[in-house]
Design a protein around this ligand. Structure first.
Ligand code: NAD
Ligand code: MG
Length: 395
């Protein structure tokens, strides 16, 4: 029996994780589930999984959650620090499926405690990759990537010598607007950006897929997880989303990972690692599919993508600043304050301002490892600067 905790249990990845765990009640005991505003779902899952603890990230939701779980014996807590405390409770396996930079502190708590962290929250690695990986090493924790591309790379690397890797190729569906004419993009609405052609995911990552910010985050995530230089990481548009990533070796061989676009593949791999267990996912019928297509990403359609290599070149806390600026730009688009195409401009202008900012702690690829305070400070400064850029854009 393994003890598991699910952070971000009410989201898209959290629900897919629960789906897999609930099918095997004899194998898993649930320590904690956390969520935010969806109290009905959080309480429902806490009950059916027999969790010991349920936590909402929102202080003001405490009474609502407590009332929904009255008489069950399930402990209830609320607020960001309660989420971090839930992550610190003993567990063999923890899923971090919180969205955004809010996943950083709980993720670090789970890592410090040791055990296995299944990491869906890519923002954690973008903001503080070196710190996260170093903390895991010190604590003896295992980090297993859950982002589908990174799980694919991880699987393709199994049994290989990392020194023989020449390049990583992350595939991208191209998102909602891959076939739109470029002049229509500026008028794209939140609703249009929120529908993904292949994957069912949370709204934020779906919009990030349309803008390709998601792939930019993933390039940085791959660099942090696998230690390859930025120049060895490539992005390829693959509209069918069946090849999730490819690893190229120095003899020219490419190892590809294929599977249906279903997150339960990557989640299940992390849940069962180091073994493989049967998963309730579609088996690919390649003869019926017939063909797989690939093309290079167009820089004009996806200006956000190139920012990843800039961030890696500038190093230090730039990843934290990049992620924070991206979150502000996405919030502004969701609030209909800026246009779809403005998001990349907001982030690149924010980075322009920060590049020359001597108050920003630690820049440069060879700089000392940013500590948690450096990361949080860079996040705060970038959010302020990005909000100013948004304001100026609206004037
Ligand atoms: P989602 O929006 O569906 O769910 C997010 C979860 O985080 C919810 O449980 C929500 O309650 C919780 N949450 C939101 N704000 C919070 C806060 N401030 N503090 C604590 N918890 C909070 O998101 P998702 O699509 O499931 O994505 C989760 C993470 O996994 C993201 O980092 C995303 O980039 C990554 N990811 C998702 C997919 C996917 O298929 N959805 C694929 C790859 C990677
Ligand atoms: Mg992905």
């Amino acid at each position: 029996m393994r003890r598991v905790t699910i952070l971000g249990a009410t989201g898209s990845v959290g629900q897919s994780t629960i789906d897999l765990i609930a099918r095997r009640p004899e194998d898993f005991a649930v320590e904690a589930v956390t969520g935010a505003g969806n109290l009905d779902l959080l309480a429902h899952d806490a009950r059916r999984l027999g969790a010991r603890l349920a936590v909402t990230a929102r202080e003001e939701c405490y009474a609502g959650l407590r009332d929904r779980l009255a008489g069950t014996g399930i402990e209830v807590a609320a607020g960001p620090s309660a989420v971090a405390e839930a992550a610190a409770r003993p567990a063999d396996w923890t899923m971090n499926a919180i969205v955004g930079a809010a996943g950083l502190l709980p993720g670090l708590e789970a890592i410090r405690r040791g055990g296995t962290l299944a990491l869906a929250n890519k923002e954690t690695l973008v903001a503080a990759g070196r710190l996260v990986m170093a903390t895991a090493e010190t604590a003896g924790a295992t980090i297993l990537p859950v982002d589908s591309e990174h799980s694919a790379v991880f699987q393709a690397l199994r049994g290989e010598d990392g020194r023989e890797v020449e390049r990583l190729i992350l595939t991208a569906s191209g998102g909602a607007f891959r076939d739109w004419s470029l002049d229509r993009l500026a008028d794209a609405t939140v609703e249009e950006a929120s529908s993904h052609p292949n994957w069912a995911m949370g709204q934020r990552i779906t919009i990030d897929s349309a803008s390709m910010f998601n792939k930019a985050l993933e390039v940085i995530e791959a660099h942090e997880l696998f230690g390859l230089p930025a120049s060895a990481i490539e992005v390829l548009i693959h509209p069918e989303s069946l090849v999730h990533a490819l690893v190229g070796f120095r003899d020219g061989a490419l190892m590809a990972h294929l599977g249906a676009p279903d997150m339960r593949h990557a989640i299940g791999y992390a849940l069962n690692h180091p073994t493989r267990a049967p998963l309730p996912v579609e088996r690919l019928d390649l003869a019926a599919i017939g063909r797989l297509t690939f093309r290079a990403p167009e820089p004009d359609r996806y200006p956000a993508l190139a920012l990843a290599w800039r961030v890696l070149e500038e190093g230090g806390v730039m990843g934290a600043a990049f992620n924070a600026a991206k979150e502000v730009a996405l919030d502004a688009f969701l609030a209909r304050s800026i246009r779809f195409t403005d998001m990349a401009s907001v982030v690149s202008r924010t980075l322009d301002r920060l590049s020359g900012d001597t108050t920003l702690p630690i820049l440069g690829p060879d700089s000392a490892m940013p500590g948690l305070e450096d990361v949080l400070e860079a996040d705060r400064i970038a959010r302020r600067r990005a909000a100013e850029v948004v304001e100026r854009m609206r004037e």
